[in-house]
Design a protein around this ligand. Structure first.
Ligand code: SF4
Length: 407
């Protein structure tokens, strides 16, 4: 079974090996279908990225058009009405496999995708957010929700109580996830241990969950040199490049450096920490647990244990009132972190999420939100003033736009 694209120049649609529609490119706009069957469209206008979720009617039209084109493509192949494009992976020999894959694709419809979305929702709580470099990860929910759930700007997990899955339940979850994706698992390159703060689980319990993961998936071991990693990938084409997860700074110190090292050997590659700001008064205003110093200590402990980090900065948080302190202290904290090329510094522009208490609190406090341009210049100021420990081995800067996320 192959994952493949159907195209008559434009539109272009991509399906997974199960036949589920994943994405499309139509009339100059990108479309991504989530596994709960919502569709996000993204485009660029006047140099700006924009996006919106389609209405159910629009989503249905998009889906129907994709499967209709697949049906026409299958008919055309049946009549010999196709041509092989000069791409390295295309050849006459691949036509039978494409034909078989198209037969799988055309067995789908809007109604079948709705049933499929119900199946997805029986296995997963909503996958609320992933870091941008993990959009292609296979999510395994070891926890549900966030143990804290009180940061005023965040509504990701307000719909659920925090709980940790027992080993047996996690084993069943993995079996269900594997059954759901089936051959489409080949599109997944890494594993993401969700929800928020999954790494807060005690070391003893987490080791048990890691055992479950290793029983079911091939995961690249930690500590390999780049050439060894390449060799491992060659030998394990369906293997996963590592395990990734979120953690809040507050909980990192509950494990020893030795325990982090041991988790790194089990394949834990990177932990993502929402620092938001290095400015403690702002963290208090956001009702974030812990201090900037806690984040610094957490990063040091993770790095000492061989776990890379992704540090997320909330650009524009605290509006005009906190802008100067936010920028100054965030740069100061970042400059003290032992970051290298395995790490990320993410810039996440503040987004007023519906239902988040932050907007009302900021309004009552007389705080003005920063404009898009002001947020851009705050981000640029942090980038400009950041001094990596080793300029030849510097962390990557990246954008973390929560509005782009889809699973
Ligand atoms: S920002 Fe993180 S710690 Fe705060 S409520 Fe959201 S998930 Fe929980």
């Amino acid at each position: 079974m192959v994952n493949f694209q159907v195209a008559l120049s434009e539109p272009v649609y991509a399906f997974d090996a199960r036949g589920r529609l994943i994405s499309g490119f139509v009339n100059g706009k990108n479309y991504r279908r989530a596994l709960d069957n919502r569709v996000l469209t993204k485009w660029r206008e006047n140099g700006q990225r924009d996006r919106r979720w389609l209405s159910e009617k629009e989503a249905r039209e998009f889906v129907d058009s994709a499967y209709d084109l697949a049906r026409r493509a299958l008919e055309a192949i049946g009549k010999g009405g196709y041509r092989i494009l000069p791409a390295p992976s295309s050849s006459e020999e691949s036509v039978p496999a494409i034909r078989e894959a198209l037969k799988t694709v055309v067995s789908w419809s809007w109604e079948k995708l709705l049933e499929d979305a119900d199946w997805f929702r029986r296995i997963y709580k909503p996958v609320s957010i992933l870091p941008p470099d993990q959009y292609m990860a296979l999510v395994l929910q070891a926890t549900e929700g966030c143990w804290y759930n009180k940061c005023t700007f965040c509504t990701f997990y307000r719909d659920r109580q925090f709980r940790i899955k027992e080993q047996r339940e996690f084993r069943e979850h993995i079996a269900q996830v594997k059954g759901f994706f089936g051959p489409a698992l080949v599109l997944k390159k890494t594993l993401f241990l969700a929800d928020a703060n999954a790494l807060m689980i005690s070391y003893r319990m987490l080791s048990g969950l890691m055992d479950e993961i290793h029983r079911e998936f091939e995961v690249m071991p930690g500590g390999l040199a780049p050439d060894e990693q390449a060799a491992w990938r060659q030998e394990h084409p369906d293997g996963f490049g590592g395990i990734y997860s979120f953690i809040d700074a507050f909980n990192v110190g509950r494990k020893t450096v030795e325990q982090w090292r041991s988790l790194a050997k089990m394949g834990l590659r990177r932990a993502y920490i929402g620092m938001e700001s290095g400015h403690d008064p702002l963290l208090r205003f956001l009702q974030k647990p812990g201090t900037a110093e806690d984040v610094l200590k957490a990063v040091r402990a993770l790095k000492a244990g061989g776990v890379a980090v992704g540090v997320i900065i909330l650009v524009g948080a605290g509006g005009d009132r906190y802008a100067a302190g936010h920028m100054e202290d965030t740069v100061r904290m970042l400059n003290e972190m032992p970051l290298d090329r395995r790490d990320f510094i993410y810039f996440s522009e503040f987004v007023a999420l519906p239902g988040a208490p932050y907007v009302g609190i900021a309004k009552r406090a007389g705080i003005r939100q920063l404009t898009r341009e002001e947020m851009k210049s705050q981000e640029q100021a942090i980038r400009n003033r950041y001094v990596p420990p080793n300029p030849k081995n510097r962390p990557k800067f990246s954008i973390y736009d929560i509005r782009e996320f889809i699973y």
